[in-house]
Design a protein around this ligand. Structure first.
Ligand code: ZN
Ligand code: ZN
Length: 256
């Protein structure tokens, strides 16, 4: 599995891109910064997009991606989400007000729409491209899920934005082949109250979450650090001993 970080920042400033990750060139996880990073040719290779939740920092590039690829897409790109995500994208995003409805528009140059919205079941595996994907709800300000992304040999667990949560860890404990966990830290420890109110994690909070997995050897890939606090957060994360932590950077390419 090739895992490329297009963007892993919890805020947008020059040099820090919003959440978007590319697996094996064709499966996108979230669409915060996709079109700011990928060439048109690379954008054309995307076949499936998994959306964790409807916050703009995770979906905004769906707009520019659809616009860029209109007239260049032989088959629609599947945009996968749980019920609330699919309904939300339809009603609040591709509603011909905020943005044209690229799930419907077609013409002679683009026979089928560029995007196709696809509902993912909860806690049941679904075939997405070459992978099996299982959603489990996490604890965020809006309906949000973690994805277990499995090929024949390995499972990548993408948790994304969340506050303290339980269910995803009990499902994860049942999977022996987890190769990495992608999970957020947004705020420094001194802003624990802000983190709690906005359903995000601090370094201390992250340690409590990964303790629930109970498998210290699994690499924990930290994402969504707010660009206001990188030094503070990195310093606290470095003090956490006994974990296999890596703070992701835009442009990182990992292989599992
Ligand atoms: Zn969010
Ligand atoms: Zn976010």
């Amino acid at each position: 599995m090739k895992f490329r970080v297009l963007g892993c920042s919890g805020g947008q400033v020059p040099g820090h891109n919003l959440s978007s990750f590319l697996v094996n060139d064709s499966l996108l996880i979230d669409a915060g910064s996709t079109t700011a990073v990928l060439t048109l040719k690379a954008q054309q290779k995307i076949k499936d997009i998994l959306i964790t939740h409807m916050h703009l920092d995770h979906v905004m590039a769906l707009a520019t991606l659809a616009d860029n690829l209109f007239g260049k897409c032989r088959v629609p790109i599947n945009v996968w989400g749980i019920d609330e995500v699919v309904t939300g994208l339809k009603e609040s995003f591709f509603n011909n007000k905020l943005w044209p409805d690229f799930t419907r528009i077609a013409d002679d140059s683009q026979r089928l729409p560029v995007l196709r919205l696809c509902r993912l079941p909860e806690e049941e595996p679904a075939a997405v491209g070459d992978f099996r994907v299982t959603t489990v709800r996490v604890n965020h300000a809006v309906p949000s899920v973690a994805f277990f992304i499995e090929n024949r040999r390995r499972t990548l667990l993408h948790v994304g934005d969340t506050g303290p949560t339980e269910r995803v860890w009990s499902v994860a404990r049942g999977k022996k082949n987890i190769c990495a966990v992608v999970i957020e830290v947004s705020f420094p420890d001194r802003l624990q109250e802000v983190a709690d109110a906005s359903y995000h994690l601090t370094p201390q909070g992250l340690a409590r979450e990964i303790d629930k997995l109970g498998r210290p050897s699994v690499p924990i890939l930290v994402t969504h650090v707010k660009p206001e606090y990188p030094r503070e957060i990195v310093a606290s994360l470095k003090k956490l001993k006994g974990y296999h932590l890596r703070i992701l950077k835009d442009g990182d390419v990992l292989r599992f």
